[in-house]
Design a binder for this molecule. Sequence first.
Ligand code: SF4
Length: 291
Amino acid sequence: MPIIAKFDPWGNPLCPCPPKYGLNPYTGCGHSCTYCYISSYIPRAFEPRPKEGLVRAVLRDLAKIPKGSVISLSNSSDPYTPPESKLQLTRQILRILLESGYKVLIVTKSPLVVRDLDLFTKYPGKVVVQITITTLREDIAERLEPHAPRPIARLKAAAEVARAGVPLGVRLDPIVPFINDGQNELRAVVDAAAQAGARQLVASTYKAKPDNFARLVAAFPDLAEKLKEMYWVKGTFFHGQRYAPREYRLRVLSYVKELAEARGLQFDICREEFFELNTPGTYCDGSHLLK
Ligand code: SF4
């Protein structure tokens, strides 16, 4: 079984990003976000463990992947999930990929990413970093992303990434109805992203599966009825997930686009059908920022 696989094995038609590969140094992720979808297909999803024989398997798979290909490290686990601070597996893999001529996309919630700025700056234009910031409100972040680093630490890391000259995106993803979708809160995140030096803002709404929905309503019991109605009564089913109603998603994403573009940021949506909202020539995975 390859450890580096073509990204998006489910062929989601709402993903217009160019082809790439995916590689996760860890199985599972310790950030335990309530909305996370990995629990639907990874056993013990929030107990991160290193992949066995990782380096050997990566070298084996790279022999079959054309140089210059784009490899995303972030699709089923944050590459800077807590054990990484000691194990440094992601760092080891980054070194191999960059030295071998591949390009890398990183999405993280951890300020540990700044540890690897020395590698990113050695290979200019070969790495794009996206940092996820769903809210600046600590009380909401604690319930939404209980074991992830706090938003303020992520913002500080984002500014360091941008200051080092590494292309930076901020992911306001997911926007969850009634929880982090207030206009003032959305504006605060977009303002902070622009001030940190981001070039791109990616936004997307929460998609529900039974397991992540159960965690969400357990974390926000006062909103359970409203969320149930939004997703399971009024919402739509698409590609294995429940979406909030179209009008809601279009309204909130259009609002964020307006905020982002007014601040000079590129804007992209992720796995939503409103492709016309994307800034032309850009992709939500940030791959257009690679050289
Ligand atoms: S950081 Fe990403 S992979 Fe990790 S738990 Fe949160 S959403 Fe899931």
